[in-house]
Design a protein around this ligand. Structure first.
Ligand code: FES
Ligand code: FES
Length: 541
């Protein structure tokens, strides 16, 4: 089929050929892997591949892998809980499927799988379940072993467990793995005019919008992180300063609406860790559709998400030996009311006084995952967990709502270390799903302590605009994580928030509680520069 020249392979596939299994998580940054396809049988990120470069060559999307192969990969991902929101998953499956038969008679190893995952980002799953699923399909010698799943997850209890963990509806199943999560931008009718970017004019197509707006390549800045708040003066048992942190959901904000609505939800299959709860895109789509008298699509680029989306607020925390103390919370112009965060703090962390301090920076939100209260509870738990000279620490945390987790973090024995999680969340409903969310919580908590944050300039504007610059931990950065789910007889409750808090505490205590997060940013970010293999990057015209 003929497609327009002068565009990326991604735009040719999604916009001109209506192939919606190929996702756009960061185009044209080439850093998330969501748009991966095969060109002549080799994986390539299609957002940085000019369509003219594939003329006369074979392009294979997920659909081209064939029904049997797709079914095998989807079944393994479901069985291991390796897909949550499902936005990153089709690209990951396409890349991992290329390992089948790629070893010239050698069976791929777990190291091969982790190397292949370098070109991808998943914010939800914590990687391990993905590697386990891949090793099952590939029959890798270092497969999941004792972590082998307990079979195909039953979709209804799995969806209930997912909703408890994500605080919003989330379906699971083979269709989600294969890209059918009903994401807003995938359901927009073909040919719908689009606003591409937060302040862009309406354009008849993505192609026209990109041409009109010029190509805005993302940047990795070298600007250091700032920690804008100081803890109060005094004798404290513990102090901690944090910075702005991007929630980093992989599906950018998107919606579309017919005149009169209703607009499509940007939360089709997951809660984006609270980051899209007040996204302006549905309202904008409705407004534009009413004005235009026809359906309109609104799609943010990655840079728009960074510039306009909410951040985790910077904090300065100081605690006495008994866990009482003060937390200063950074509030910026345009931020949501911090009242809910303060109310949670008062109810859940008695003895800790809150002070709101106005600072210059991107807008912050109180409803991002555990914002403020998680850091405070983690610091209190870390106070109870004596720093261990061997580099190992344990934290046992119960959170409001009923979940409990015990986490042992050990990073002393060389290699990548180990994290052992025990979680109690009432009736498990789906052990596979609860484990998946626990793994995701460990990944996010380690990222918060070790590597995540975004730099801002003197005017408070974010300058870390690429998805790789947020400091999200890659598969190879993760320790070996084991999760033991304790089946309860009580009503099911959220378990991953307790895992999140306990991991924050144990990981921080294991490092001796340095007074700033993140603690290892340079070490994690440096190797990421080569993340998309050079042979996959070609300049767009
Ligand atoms: S959309 Fe192509 S790598 Fe992210
Ligand atoms: S499942 Fe990977 S980003 Fe959501």
């Amino acid at each position: 089929m003929a497609v327009a020249d002068g565009i990326s392979l991604l735009d040719a596939l999604r916009e001109e050929l209506d192939c919606r299994s190929v996702k756009d998580g960061c185009s044209p940054q080439g850093q998330c892997g969501c748009c991966t396809v095969w060109v002549d049988g080799a994986p390539r990120v299609s957002c940085v591949t000019p369509v003219r470069r594939v003329a006369g060559r074979s392009v294979t999307t997920l659909e081209g892998l064939g029904a049997d192969r797709c079914d095998r990969w989807a079944a393994a991902f479901v069985a291991h809980g390796a897909s949550q929101c499902g936005f990153c998953t089709p690209g990951i499956v396409v890349r991992l499927a290329a390992l089948e038969g790629a070893g010239n008679g050698r069976t791929p190893t777990r190291a091969d799988v982790e190397a292949a995952l370098r070109a991808h980002l998943c914010r939800c799953t914590g990687w391990q379940s993905i590697a386990d699923a891949a090793c099952d399909v590939l029959e890798a010698p270092e497969g999941p072993g004792s972590r082998r799943s307990d079979g195909r997850a039953d979709p209804l209890p799995a969806a209930w467990r997912a909703e408890l963990e994500g605080a919003t509806f989330q379906s699971s199943g083979p269709g989600v793995v294969l890209g059918g999560g009903s994401f807003a931008d995938d359901t927009a009718p073909a040919g719908t005019p689009v606003q591409l970017g937060a302040d862009a004019p309406l354009a008849p197509s993505v192609r026209a919008a990109r041409a009109g707006g010029g190509r805005v390549q993302g940047r990795n800045s070298t600007v250091p992180l700032s920690h804008p708040l100081e803890p109060p003066a005094g004798e404290w048992a513990l102090t901690l300063r944090t910075t702005w942190v991007e929630p980093a959901y992989v599906e950018p904000d998107a919606s579309w609406s017919p005149p009169g609505g209703p607009p499509a939800s940007p939360l089709a299959n997951g809660g984006a860790f609270g980051g899209k709860r007040h996204s302006p895109v549905p309202g904008r789509a409705l407004e534009l559709a009413d004005a235009a008298g026809e359906a309109v699509r609104v799609l943010w680029r990655r840079e728009d998400v960074v510039r306009n989306g909410p951040k985790r607020p910077p904090l300065a925390l100081a605690l006495r030996p008994d866990g009482s103390g003060t937390v200063r919370i950074g509030r910026t112009a345009g931020s949501a009311d911090l009242g809910p965060a303060l109310a949670r703090l008062e109810a859940w962390c008695p003895g800790v006084e809150a002070e709101v301090v106005d600072v210059v920076g991107p807008r912050v939100a109180p409803d991002l995952r555990g914002a403020v209260w998680a850091e405070v509870l983690a610091a209190q738990a870390a106070l109870r967990s004596a720093p261990d000279p061997t580099g190992s620490a344990e934290a046992d945390v119960s959170v409001p709502g009923g979940g409990r987790a015990r986490v042992v973090a050990a990073f002393d024995g060389g290699g990548r270390g180990r994290v052992a999680v025990d979680v109690w969340a009432g009736a498990a409903l789906s052990e596979v799903t609860l484990r998946s969310y626990a793994l995701g919580a460990v990944h996010q908590a380690l990222g918060l302590v070790w590597s995540e944050g975004i730099a801002v300039d003197d005017a408070g504007v974010p300058v870390d605009l690429t998805i790789r610059s947020f400091g999200i931990l890659a598969a190879r950065d993760m320790p070996d994580v084991t999760v033991r789910v304790h089946e309860g007889t009580g009503w099911p409750v959220n378990g991953s928030d307790a895992v999140f808090v306990a991991t924050l505490a144990a990981a921080w205590a294991a490092e001796g509680r340095p007074d700033r997060w993140p603690t290892r940013r340079a070490a994690v970010r440096a190797p990421l520069r080569d993340v998309a293999r050079s042979d996959e990057r070609e300049e767009l015209p």
